[in-house]
Design a protein around this ligand. Structure first.
Ligand code: S3P
Length: 426
């Protein structure tokens, strides 16, 4: 247990490089494990979640060697082998949901389990479509552990009730092993890293608006350079906007349009944010971002905005406490199903700091601008994104705060404090 005290700072100045994208890192190791031959992954995430995925594929018979600071080679026969033990997904919903899809169509059985937080999260959203494809899965009333019996699968057309990249990716990955065509249709477009990386690796995939179809394909090994994570950059974007006299450049940020909702929200709020340069790396757009301290106004966030910024909503709630007027977040009920019930946990956490935030069933309403008084202890409920949001809040609170169990930050961003230390002016 690592409790962390955070207190007010003067400003942020300078440049930082954002570490690897969690979503792309997971997929890079999963898809390389399915491609016959040797793939190389550069800039793989050091977060615990992505290492849960990596360990799991080693247990499924794939050779993975570290060849540089954040580089790995993945050597695969293009086929997985039955693991000799149950497979630990740790805290990672992406690992459990995407691997369910991969494992459902194998010729062997597997068991997936997770930690206390993951064991409470809903898995029916992947179990039911997989069952429609012919999968056989036993669960603890729709939750982990999941016992997956390898079965012959057939393609389906699945109209997903939610815009979830984890659900979509799970079904598409099962579709890689199924007879016929597998199609997923979403109400709104969720992040499309699976589609981009599968195409980059020769997957037989077609995209038409919010509908994606896949056929059995032999993936080809590649060199995959993972972009920086915009969800990690979000803490720096918000900090740069709300801390006085700040100006920072955040380098190497993934700017995939299915993930850049936070940039659009900052612009709507009147924030000074600028994209400095852009290029394409392994099928993904990457660029540098400049932010400056800004006068902000509240805005509405709903509908198709939500999947484009779902993981940023806790830190966007903090941002809204520093904007004049009302910010209304709605249609975000899925936030209750994340590592914690983020609607409830962030509302209570920000209230305890002195913010005017009201919980709604599908989001929250924040009235700003409010001074945050701080002077309290905060629980992070096994949730890395709460830990990082409270850290940024602590940098503007009048009195010091104490964040309990700050080590949860290691789930996605072990370099978090080090990156802040580089740009903090005290
Ligand atoms: C993820 C998708 C999102 C996101 C999660 C990572 C992914 O979940 O919250 O952190 O890598 O596919 P949903 O798509 O289920 O909302």
């Amino acid at each position: 247990m690592v409790d962390l005290r955070v207190s007010k700072i003067k400003s942020l100045k300078g440049e930082i490089e954002i570490p690897s994208d969690k979503s792309i890192s997971h997929r890079s190791v999963m898809f390389s494990a399915l491609a016959k031959g040797k793939s190389v992954i550069n800039n793989f995430s050091d977060g615990a979640d992505c290492h849960s995925t990596m360990k799991l594929f080693k247990q499924l018979g794939v050779e993975i060697n570290k060849i540089g600071e954040k580089s790995y080679e993945v050597i695969s026969e293009g086929k997985l082998k039955k693991a000799v033990c149950d497979l630990d997904c740790g805290n990672s919903g992406t690992t459990m949901r995407l691997c369910s899809g991969i494992l459902a169509g194998q010729t062997f059985n597997s068991v997936l389990f997770g930690d206390e937080s993951l064991s409470k999260r809903p898995m029916k959203r992947v179990i039911s479509p997989l069952e429609q494809m012919g999968a056989k899965i036993e669960s603890n009333d729709g939750k982990a552990p999941l016992k997956i019996f390898g079965e012959k699968l057939s393609g389906i057309t699945y109209n997903s009730p939610i815009a979830s990249a984890q659900v979509k990716s799970c079904i598409l990955l099962a579709g890689l092993f199924a007879d016929g065509i597998t199609t997923v249709v979403e109400p709104y477009k969720s992040r499309n890293h699976t589609e981009l990386l599968l195409c980059y690796m020769n997957g037989n995939l077609s995209v038409n608006g919010n509908s994606v179809s896949i056929k059995k394909s032999d993936l080809e090994p590649r060199v995959i350079d993972v972009a920086g994570d915009i969800s990690s950059a979000a803490y720096f974007i918000v900090a740069g906007l709300i801390i006085s006299n700040s100006e920072i450049i955040i380098k190497n940020v993934g700017l995939n349009p299915t993930r850049t909702g936070i940039i659009d929200v900052v612009k709507k709020m009147g924030g000074c944010i600028e994209i400095l340069s852009q290029n394409t790396v392994s099928g993904e757009v990457v660029g540098d971002i400049r932010v400056k301290t800004s006068e902000l106004k509240g805005c509405k966030i709903s509908g198709e905005d939500i999947p484009r910024l779902i993981d940023e909503l806790p830190v966007i709630a903090l941002l809204a406490t520093q904007a004049e007027g009302e910010t209304i977040v709605s249609d975000a009920q899925d936030l209750r199903k994340k590592e914690s019930d983020r609607i409830s946990t962030i509302t209570k956490g920000l209230q305890s700091l002195g913010a005017d935030i009201e919980e709604k069933t599908d989001g929250f309403v924040i009235r700003g601008k409010t001074k945050l008084s701080g002077g309290v202890e905060l629980d992070v409920f096994h949730d890395h994104r709460l830990a990082m949001t409270y850290y940024v809040a602590g940098l503007i609170c009048e009195k010091e705060i104490l964040i309990k169990d700050f080590q949860w930050v290691n789930i996605s961003f072990p370099e978090f404090e080090e990156c802040f230390d580089k740009i903090i002016v005290e």
